[in-house]
Design a protein around this ligand. Structure first.
Ligand code: CO
Length: 147
C-alpha cells in the first residue's frame, strides 16, 4: 500500500465531476487500499477518490454504525430530517463551519467487487456520506457553510 497526496481546495481538479466505476478491477482495489492508508494517516473519517486526484465515484467512509465502508457509485435514495452541524475536510485544512445536511439517508452503493448494497445512515454517518458524495460532483462543504 502507498500513501497518496491529498489535493487541496486551491487545486482546480477538486472541482471536477467524477465518473462511475464500471470495471471493478485490481487497479481499483489498489487505489482503494491506498486510500485507506491515506485516510488513516490523515486522521480523517472520510476520503473521496477525487481528493487523491482520481476521478472515480468512490469514497471511504468510517461510520459509527457500519464500520469502515467503501462506497462506490453511491446514490442517495432517501434523505430526511435536516440538521446543521460542524464539518471539516482534509482538502480544506484549518477551515470548519456549520452545514445543513439530512439526519437520515438510505444509500445504494456498490462494493469493490461490484456487488450492490442498500444501507441506512444516521447522524454523523449520514453527514459523512453526503459530504463525500458532494466531492464526486466537485462540491466542497465550504460552498454550503451557513452564514
Ligand atoms: Co471532504
Amino acid at each position: 500500500m502507498a500513501r497518496l497526496t491529498i489535493i487541496k481546495q486551491d487545486n482546480p481538479l477538486i472541482r471536477k465531476h467524477s465518473k462511475p466505476v464500471e470495471d471493478f478491477s485490481p487497479r481499483i482495489h489498489t487505489i482503494l487500499d491506498d486510500m485507506h492508508e491515506t485516510l488513516l494517516h490523515a486522521n480523517g473519517i472520510g476520503l473521496a477518490a477525487i481528493q487523491v486526484g482520481i476521478l472515480y465515484r468512490m469514497a471511504i467512509v468510517m461510520t459509527q454504525e457500519h464500520g469502515t465502508l467503501e462506497i462506490i457509485n453511491p446514490v442517495i435514495k432517501t434523505a430526511k430530517r435536516q440538521r446543521t452541524d460542524a464539518e471539516g475536510c482534509l482538502s480544506c485544512p484549518g477551515i470548519s463551519g456549520r452545514v445543513r445536511r439530512p439526519h437520515f439517508i438510505t444509500l445504494e452503493y456498490q462494493d469493490r467487487h461490484g456487488k450492490k448494497h442498500t444501507k441506512d445512515f444516521h447522524g454523523i454517518d449520514a453527514v459523512c456520506c453526503c459530504h463525500e458524495i458532494d466531492h464526486m460532483d466537485g462540491i466542497l462543504f465550504i460552498d454550503k457553510i451557513e452564514k
